[in-house]
Design a protein around this ligand. Structure first.
Ligand SMILES: Cc1cc2nc3c(=O)[nH]c(=O)nc-3n(C[C@H](O)[C@H](O)[C@H](O)COP(=O)(O)OP(=O)(O)OC[C@H]3O[C@@H](n4cnc5c(N)ncnc54)[C@H](O)[C@@H]3O)c2cc1C
Length: 356
């Protein structure tokens, strides 16, 4: 895959051979690459003493002398984990000062079994089929340090961001920023696993992320199609943006979605199930005034008039609704005259009902 771009409500995925695939949603799971030392022996001994993941491989080195290469948070966090197994742990860093947070430095460097080797550069990794030593250069001199494991943490390059020409939110290290549903800043684009900003780079979290992304992407597509069906005049990109900003809310039969007299803050569209609106009659009893099926919407009157709710809406059956906040509702109206006219027409009909 070479590139992902947005076109209307679609994501276009361009492959290496030029083929283009079109989809409503894309989940980016391209991971990343640990930065390599690039020294003799590193490739040869990868998996035989050279590792880029302490949590994954640390337990294979119980009672061994180990080296962590790097001076940042990752090196120190993973180094702390390795102290559970290591007999001795060298922290090899090419500068005298470590970049890791002070608290991590304090915790690791105060341990008796931990010895910093700075400023030192790894020149070679060697052994006899498994790692037995590293050669480092310190103060212009080459030294051999006996270790059975070398854990390299000198950087990790997430690759997802480079697939996009348009802006996609990422942190300072290039990891894609997502919310709890794995949504990125581009409508319809999700990210899962090592390429997204998160604490653990593990198979379990990658699989969990992807499961969440798939479930949410299904909902997103459903909501997008509903928006396009109900508001056909909406530009496709605005429909996608609206669907990506929508919250899916679930109500049990009888539950109140909005209450007469309360301030209006959201607009709702029924996705599944039925709801009904009622008003307080002169005798104080509730009078049913409308029913809502999938594709019907409510909550627009209060938002349009900036006034309290004119009715109470309850779930009649198990109900799923899509909710938009005031800003997303305004964007929907302002981007299509046809949508604006239709929503106003519906609202005026309901207001007439209210005045009777
Ligand atoms: C040496 C090592 C050992 C590990 N051991 C463990 C372990 O024991 N337990 C554990 O839980 N975790 C382990 N991890 C971490 C674990 O492998 C990752 O957290 C997990 O694989 C992340 O999954 P992912 O799908 O995000 O990325 P990846 O598994 O990296 O998968 C990304 C895939 O996308 C492909 N790709 C990249 N760019 C493109 C593109 N442009 N087009 C098409 N395809 C692309 C890549 O080739 C790759 O196949 C280890 C990591 C390393 C490096």
């Amino acid at each position: 895959m070479k590139e992902i771009r947005s076109e209307g409500d679609r994501k276009i995925v361009k492959l290496e051979d030029g083929t283009e695939l079109s989809a409503y949603a894309v989940i980016v799971t391209v991971g990343g690459e640990p930065t390599k030392l690039g020294v003799v022996g590193e490739k040869e001994y990868h998996g035989r003493g050279v590792s880029y993941c302490a949590v994954c491989d640390g337990a294979f080195f119980k009672g061994a002398d180990l080296a962590v290469i790097g001076g940042g948070d990752s090196a120190f966090q993973e180094g702390l984990f390795l102290t559970r197994f290591a007999n001795k742990l060298y922290v090899v860093h090419r500068r005298n000062d470590f970049r890791a947070q002070a608290i991590l430095q304090d915790r690791l460097l105060k341990m008796d079994k931990v010895e910093p080797l700075t400023p030192a550069e790894v020149k070679e990794i060697g052994g006899n089929g498994d790692v037995k030593w590293i050669d480092i250069e310190r103060d212009g001199k080459r030294e051999r340090v006996k270790v059975e494991g070398v854990f390299v943490f000198i950087g990790f390059k997430p690759v997802g961001r480079h697939l996009f020409k348009e802006h996609i939110d990422h942190d300072k290290n290039g990891y894609l920023i997502t919310d709890q549903y794995m949504r990125t800043s581009i409508p319809g684009v999700y990210a899962a696993g090592d390429t997204r900003a998160q604490l653990a780079k593990q198979i379990t979290t990658a699989v969990g992320d992807a499961t969440t992304a798939v479930l949410h992407a299904e909902r997103y597509i459903e909501e997008l199609k509903d928006i396009e069906r109900v508001f056909p005049g909406e530009p496709k990109d605005v429909a996608a943006e609206t669907a990506s900003k929508a919250d899916l809310l679930v109500f049990a039969p009888g539950e109140v979605i909005l209450r007469e007299g309360e301030p209006a803050d959201r607009f709702y569209m029924v996705i599944k199930g039925e709801a009904e609106a009622s008003q307080t009659g002169p005798d104080g009893a509730q009078v049913t005034i409308a029913r809502f099926d999938p594709g019907d919407y409510f909550g627009e009157v209060g938002l349009l008039n900036d006034a309290p709710r004119i009715a109470t809406v309850r779930a009649k059956t198990a109900l799923e609704v899509m909710a938009l906040d005031r800003a997303a509702f305004s964007r929907l109206l302002e981007s299509s005259q046809a949508t604006k006219a239709e929503v106003r027409r519906v609202a005026e009909g309901r207001e007439r009902l209210d005045r009777r």
